[in-house]
Design a protein around this ligand. Structure first.
Ligand code: ASP
Length: 324
């Protein structure tokens, strides 16, 4: 038998074994790794999605937080996990911005993962501690420009959505503020509520409740359209920052080499989850919008991720921000 034939037979045997394995998938709980702290916006999307995916999968989906500054640890852990469908990653727009922000990165968002599908879009809001002096956006601009050496802006580290939004805000108003990084915007929100930091850009999945209860001040929505659950809050574009547009999307990934049948089952479960009325309502209450099910697919996420990397790369290079 030639080496070529032996290799081909080995390949077929491997594919058959993988297929047989994936037929029964999942036979035990699936773990979804979250790159940021528990109680934050990515964690909220993860928990709502995981709970709804459990039903079609017939197995629990465990949510495990592996927070790090910038959300770069969880992708690395998932990249190195066994590619069997039992360890998956939830991440947001960071998967598209991180490649341009880090000079050295231990994972490649395109080459190291099997895309599963898009979950939702979440707008962001620019908020401040309750007793921050500025009462509206106009006063905010005047105050931060006059006090730029003492105003602090919280974020979840370089690569986080809050970092991206804050960076573009500072660039739009041509004022650099002192940034304070956390391992997620849940701990950042705690410090904002406690008055230890002044400002933050964060997803409505984390800010809606605090805004509605008046525990934080809100200055504007960062995406181009107003948020239906916060109809009175103007967009930054309406307020004068023309073209300001930061919206956050979330998606699921498996390690590269995960059998296609397992990826397809995870994707089908995600599609079922997004059709679930409880999920739709929960997302809507928090200002988030679920993707239509034809976007909750590996093919749609593959195309979208590449387009987002191409979109954000030049914007970030222009802003000139890098991590090591
Ligand atoms: N969504 C936050 C951010 O990217 C992080 C988090 O989910 O805690 O800034």
């Amino acid at each position: 038998m030639t080496t070529k034939i032996a290799a081909a037979m080995l390949g077929i045997a491997l594919a058959l074994a993988q297929n047989a394995f994936a037929q029964g998938f999942p036979t035990k709980p699936v773990t979804m790794l979250v790159p940021y702290a528990a109680g934050g916006p990515t964690d909220t999307v993860a928990r709502v999605t995981a709970q709804a995916m459990a039903k079609p999968l017939g197995q629990t989906v465990l949510v495990e937080n592996r927070p790090s500054n910038g959300g770069i640890l969880a992708p690395e852990l998932v990249k190195n996990a066994k590619p069997d469908g039992y360890t998956i990653l939830i991440h947001h727009v960071g998967m598209a911005t991180i490649p341009a922000l880090y000079r050295s990165l231990r994972f490649n968002p395109i080459d190291d993962f099997e895309p599963i599908g898009l979950i939702n879009d979440v707008p962001m809001t620019l908020i401040a501690r309750q007793n921050f002096p500025a009462k509206d956006f106009r006063e905010l601009l005047a105050y931060v420009k006059a006090n730029k050496d003492k105003v602090t802006l919280a974020n979840a580290g370089i690569g986080a959505a809050s970092h991206l939004c804050g960076m573009l805000f500072m660039s739009a108003i041509q004022t650099d503020l002192l940034t304070v990084p956390y391992k997620g915007t849940a701990p950042a929100m705690n410090d904002l509520l406690g008055g230890q930091v002044d400002l933050m850009c964060d997803q409505t999945t984390n800010t809606t409740t605090q805004i509605k209860s008046g525990k934080v001040k809100v200055y504007g929505v960062t995406s181009p359209k107003r948020v239906p659950s916060l109809p009175d809050i103007a967009t930054l574009d309406e307020l004068g920052l023309k073209g300001f547009n930061v919206g956050i999307w979330h998606a699921l990934y498996a390690p590269k080499g995960t059998p296609k049948a397992a990826v397809d089952k995870l994707s089908a479960a995600l599609q079922e989850a997004l059709k679930d009325d409880t999920v739709k309502k929960r997302f809507a209450d928090l200002g988030a919008e679920a993707y239509p099910t034809d976007k909750a697919t590996p093919a749609a996420l593959r195309v979208f991720l590449k387009a987002e990397i191409d979109k954000w790369g030049p914007v970030i290079k222009k802003a000139g921000v890098y991590a090591d």
